[in-house]
Design a protein around this ligand. Structure first.
Ligand SMILES: [Zn+2]
Length: 171
């Protein structure tokens, strides 16, 4: 990491030279200039903050440059108390939590009507592993609550639950 570009004077100037202590976000002088698009060059990926006079800490979410620049011109690779927000769970994980929730609320026992439905479609429930299909009597669906058949699918490689398949048991 080229720390010349992130010395105390530079960082202080980026922060407007003020004695403001909270976190501020800036375009990163390390990984920004090489980006092709204007958007990415100026994207504020570098967070700086000041926990005590004479020390500015920084962390870049893109190039992961981190450290603390001291007013005496020295530098440490340790940022001081990183005030970063907790990482947001990726969308797939959040969807998975919702799928999980629906799955947990669903009944392992299938009602007679559902069994009859599968029979009418010539789907042999005996071939389905026990518990692989569930029934949710009031599954949220398009703003309504409808009875649903739910199947859970898992990642073929890891066996981790991935999502659910739903079918309204109404029609
Ligand atoms: Zn960077």
């Amino acid at each position: 990491m080229n720390t010349d570009k992130l010395d105390f004077a530079t960082l202080a100037a980026m922060r407007g030279g003020v004695e403001h202590t909270g976190p501020l976000d800036h375009a990163c002088p390390l990984c920004g200039p090489d980006r092709q698009s204007e958007f990415n060059r100026t994207r504020p990926t570098l967070r700086t903050w000041k926990t005590m006079p004479g020390i500015i800490s920084f962390y870049c979410a893109r190039c992961e440059a981190k450290g603390s620049a001291l007013a005496d011109g020295t530098f440490t690779t340790q940022p001081i108390s990183l005030p970063l927000p907790p990482p947001r769970k990726p969308r797939s994980e959040r969807n998975n939590l919702y799928a999980d929730h629906l799955w947990q609320m669903a009944d392992v026992d299938l009602p007679a009507g559902v069994i009859a439905y599968f029979k009418s479609r010539r789907i042999l429930l005996d071939d389905v592993p026990p518990g692989a299909l569930r029934f949710h009597p009031k599954c949220p669906w398009g703003g309504k609550k409808v009875p649903c058949i739910i199947a859970r699918y898992v990642d073929a490689l890891t066996g981790k639950p991935r999502g659910i398949w739903r079918r309204s048991a109404d029609g």
